[in-house]
Design a protein around this ligand. Structure first.
Ligand SMILES: [Zn+2]
Length: 490
């Protein structure tokens, strides 16, 4: 019988009509989704998303991200307190599923997750804390044309591709090809959505395997260093560990003995969303492969939900573990789009930027010391050291004096070379845009008072060995030699 339905569906599809097939996987009435043990028809999916927002309008809002090739809606819900406001002091987290239309498990799990968050707000302290402090965005279905290829009431004829036959997870801009003439509509919509937000952490839900995959997908580690490798491993390990409380065998395979794998060590792809989000939006996105089976039968959905529920919720909570702060000028006015740099760690593609109200979020492993600096046009950079703590969002604000910005030595991508030295507040202050290979201070008789190799773009030296008179300071910096006269005042 199933076979006949299948053949009939294919015939109808090839004749250009949508088959309206009941394949036993689909709820075509919203009441049938009460137990979440089916996949919704397209219309029921729309009704569910609208109902989430309508029944929990204080913490849930429906967002239209865009439309597919066949004009099906790309939807997300935002879940947060003060849901109508952009709360710049709160991090933004993003889940998105089923960019491959035949990878169904995550579609259902995201609907369950939305329901769980909404219904446990106010009764569970942890869920309430997450919703009150994070702006959570969930897009259960990124490729509706792929899922409903067989018609709006059928998911078993789903396909990986969109209606143009393209693999959407190979269709995002890449580091080597950052702009296209034409974007698939689902990709363009997702890019515009990402540009409007400041997502700090995201995950993209797939099927076909059971493991986690973190960047890069398009480079080996020796081709493009991943500065946050240890943080990605830290959050992946936590995800896998929590699933093992339910099923100790889950997410363990030859490919990923620990349950997680560096993307290109598994297989290399170009145009994936994970690398796009990480590289272009500085959003730490990972890929979660939920089930070995593509079109997961509905009777297994409970099992996969129970394995992943705690991990999915905890991953949202990682948004509140790291470093945050606000960058302002001396009058307290927000400095937006300031680049927040972790010295001796960041590369030019891993730094984060302040949002429209000057807030930033930088995710780092716990219990370590990091030196931060902030780069903003028209302001002097300042450095601060911070210790990260386990499961804590530590605060590190910056107040910037106006002046000229100094790009630190440890971050690449700046060709301008400058060098400056002056005496201030009982110290010699040396600043440069490039690494100083040799710094020399002599008195006018030629006696060397200081010879050193500064580590950072800005360094300070005490005046203990100096008298109040004229000195000469000389630096080899970025292939140039700078010589300055320096009058020491004590
Ligand atoms: Zn996939």
């Amino acid at each position: 019988m199933k076979k006949i339905v299948l053949i009939l569906s294919i015939l109808l599809m090839s004749s250009g009509l949508y088959a309206q097939t009941d394949d036993g996987f689909v709820a075509d009435d919203i009441a049938q989704m009460d137990g979440f043990d089916l996949y919704p028809s397209y219309d029921v999916y729309l009704q569910m998303m609208e109902r989430f927002a309508a029944q929990h309008s204080d913490i849930c809002k429906l967002i239209e991200i865009g439309e597919s090739v066949h004009n099906r809606k790309l939807l997300a819900v935002k879940i947060s307190d003060n849901v109508e406001d952009e709360e710049f002091s709160e991090p933004e987290f993003f889940y998105s599923s089923t960019i491959h239309g035949d990878e169904l498990c995550g579609f259902n799990l995201m609907l369950r997750l939305i329901d769980y968050l909404l219904n446990n707000y106010g009764s569970s302290d942890y869920i309430t804390w997450l919703v009150d402090n994070i702006q959570i965005y969930i897009n259960p279905l990124a490729n509706p044309d792929g899922v409903y290829r067989g018609g709006n009431n059928c998911v078993t004829l789903s396909t990986r591709y969109n209606a143009n036959g393209e693999d959407l997870n190979r269709s995002f801009p890449t580091i080597t090809e950052p702009e296209f003439d034409f974007y698939q509509p689902e990709v363009k919509a997702m890019m515009d959505f990402a540009k409007k937000h400041y997502f700090g952490i995201a995950a993209n839900l797939h099927a076909g395997d059971e493991l986690l995959n973190y960047p890069w997908d398009s480079f080996y580690a020796n081709e493009l260093p991943l500065p946050d490798n240890s943080w990605f491993e830290h959050i992946c390990r936590r995800y896998v560990d929590a699933t093992h409380k339910i099923d100790p065998e889950y997410m363990l395979s030859n490919i990923a003995p620990n349950g997680y794998v560096f993307g290109s060590d598994w297989y290399k792809i170009a145009g994936g969303r994970q690398d796009y989000m990480n590289y272009f939006h500085r959003c730490r996105e990972i890929t979660i492969e939920l089930s070995n089976v593509y079109n997961l039968p509905p009777d297994l959905l409970d099992e996969y939900w129970s394995k992943n529920r705690e991990s999915l919720i905890n991953l949202i909570g990682e948004s509140l573990h790291g470093v945050t702060g606000r960058v302002t000028d001396i009058y307290g006015k927000a400095v937006d789009n300031a680049e927040v740099i972790v010295l001796d760690k960041d590369h030019s593609y891993s730094t984060v930027f302040t949002n429209a109200d000057g807030y930033y979020f930088r995710y780092l492993p716990p219990d370590s010391l990091y030196e931060f600096t902030v780069y903003a046009n028209g302001y002097e950079s300042t450095n601060q050291i911070i210790a990260t703590q386990n499961d804590t969002l530590v605060n590190l604000d910056f107040m910037l004096n106006s002046g000229f910005a100094n790009y630190p030595l440890s971050v690449d991508g700046n060709d301008e070379v400058y060098f400056n030295a002056h005496c201030f507040n009982g110290k010699i202050i040396v600043e440069s845009s490039k690494k100083i290979d040799n710094l020399l201070v002599c008195d006018l008789t030629g006696r060397i008072v200081l010879q050193t190799k500064p580590k950072y773009h800005k360094s300070e030296y005490s005046l203990d060995n100096y008298s109040q008179r004229l000195y000469v300071i000389k630096a080899n910096c970025g292939g140039k030699i700078f010589t300055h006269k320096l009058f020491i005042t004590k």
